[in-house]
Write a protein that binds this ligand. Structure first.
Ligand SMILES: N[C@@H](CCOP(=O)(O)O)C(=O)O
Length: 460
């Protein structure tokens, strides 16, 4: 299996090289050259999550990992998800199902990919003896998942940038309280897009990149996306796939999770539509409805993990919609530097054949948390509530809808309390979170300052 960059000017790599590279050297994102078809989808019915994961991921890894290595990594990763089904499906209403992705150690869907790639990184680095520096940008959930997955792993130093004052207190404490020598939490002055832009600056400085052995664990890393394909299969098969069409609604910020759904469809899963659910930071909804991808100001919201305007993985969706024309993608990404671009009619039509979208205000999000609590007793996190609200706008008779519940409500107690009048309890393994000392460094939104800090702090 070979991986190519969306911008067409970086070396073609295998899975392990693409995983360890993160961003391609031409600034693009890696994608598989072709997508393997999963032939016997019906046979997945009733299999343990780990077995489905192996069957879905295996075709993407090529010769990079033996079957035993991959099975071992999967089993260690998902052994940490605190639910027998790993990604349980709950019925919210007739025809509407919630896919709970928050039973992992950091209570967000990010654990599904992060736990696995940490295992794969460890195998690869042990083999090569290479030492790497992971730098990540987070609006709240990716950072804590990365820290939890990579803390204490040999040969890996981790720096996570989060926007100062713009993540929930639980998310911040998850990143600042781990006391591991290889972890560095950085509170950046600015918003998530600033953090992600600085991250790309670091990758695009090839001298710095090579000096520190830079690696990325955001969903710019293809390995993140591939691990997230799995739960589309487990959910769909338990609802009757491949014999039944279905829709998924995905709370969306950086477009990685929903993009994974598009690959599940390419592999043969009968997904009719993937519905992008956004909060007031609605660039994706605006792009899909108007064809104009124009960057606005990032507005803080009660669903902070989706407070994103420049959605990294949309580049992969555009590459596919433009018929893999990397020249066109280079041109669009150039225009993005001055604020945005117009999607061509052909590409927009291709995108709309698969994606629909909706936007939910802050009040609608709170109202949906309340409504679902009243109707079902379930308490949703604000991101999942955005998803459920948009899903309800798009439901069609006879087509089951699955909404991804991306985080546990206890990560966002202020928003939940505002909606339903109480603060959900953290699970027992996180009970001491508010008593632990925090370790965090304040950093300006400045690439050179970041480089100096990383060079000074790294021990590898
Ligand atoms: N919503 C994310 C932002 C980064 O997304 P990623 O999927 O590219 O890592 C977060 O919570 O950090």
């Amino acid at each position: 299996m070979r991986y190519v960059s969306t911008r067409g000017q970086a070396p073609v790599l295998d899975f392990e090289q693409a995983m360890l590279s993160g961003l391609a050297r031409d600034g693009g994102l890696y994608l598989p050259e072709s997508v393997p078809e999963l032939t016997d989808i019906a046979a997945l019915e009733g299999l343990p999550y780990e077995e489905v994961a192996f069957r879905v991921i295996r075709p993407f890894t090529g010769e990079c990992f033996t079957d035993d290595e991959l099975r071992g990594a999967i089993s260690r990763a998902y052994g940490r998800i605190n639910h027998a089904a790993r990604a349980p499906l709950k019925q919210l209403a007739p025809g509407h199902h919630l896919l709970e992705l928050f039973h992992g150690p950091t209570l967000a869907f990010k654990d599904f990919a992060m736990q696995l790639i940490a295992q794969l990184f460890e195998i690869a680095l042990k083999r090569s003896g290479q030492r790497i520096t992971i730098v990540g940008a987070t609006s709240g959930d990716t950072g804590s998942a990365a820290i939890e997955a990579f803390k204490g792993i040999d040969n890996v130093e981790v720096f996570i940038m989060f926007p100062h004052g713009r993540v929930s207190e639980v998310q911040r404490r998850q990143m600042t309280t781990p006391d591991a020598a290889n972890i560095h939490a950085l509170a950046v002055t600015g918003h998530f897009d600033d953090c992600q832009a600085r991250l790309k600056d670091l990758f695009n400085d090839h001298d710095f990149r090579d000096t520190v052995g830079l690696a990325g664990v955001n969903s710019i890393n293809w390995a993140r996306v591939v691990a997230q394909i799995v739960y589309y299969f487990t959910a769909a098969v338990s609802l009757g796939a491949p014999g039944r069409l279905l829709d998924f609604t995905v709370p969306t910020g950086n477009f990685g999770d929903i993009l994974a759904g598009s690959f599940a469809r390419e592999m043969g899963l009968p997904i009719r539509r993937l519905i992008v659910a956004t909060n007031q930071n609605d660039i994706l909804h605006r792009a899909l409805t108007s064809g104009e991808y124009r960057v606005g100001t990032v507005e803080p919201s009660i669903s902070p993990s989706m407070d994103i305007q420049i959605s990294s993985n949309f580049e992969r969706a555009l590459y596919l919609a433009y018929g893999k024309d990397s020249g066109a993608i280079r041109q669009l990404m150039d225009e993005l530097k001055s604020g945005g671009f117009t999607i061509s009619q052909g590409a927009l039509q291709a995108l709309r054949e698969l994606y629909a979208s909706g936007r939910v205000s802050e009040d609608e999000t709170l109202a949906m948390i309340r409504t679902i609590r009243e109707e079902t007793g379930e308490v949703l996190c604000p991101h999942s509530a955005v998803g459920v609200a948009v899903a309800r706008q798009h439901m069609e008779q006879g087509v089951p809808m699955v909404t991804l519940a991306t985080a546990h409500p206890a990560k966002f107690p202020d928003a939940v309390e505002k909606a339903v009048g109480f603060r959900p309890a953290l699970p027992p393994h996180m009970a001491g979170l508010f008593d632990l000392p925090e370790h965090v460094t304040r950093v300006e939104n400045d690439t050179e300052a970041l480089k100096s800090l990383i060079l000074e702090r790294r021990t590898n």
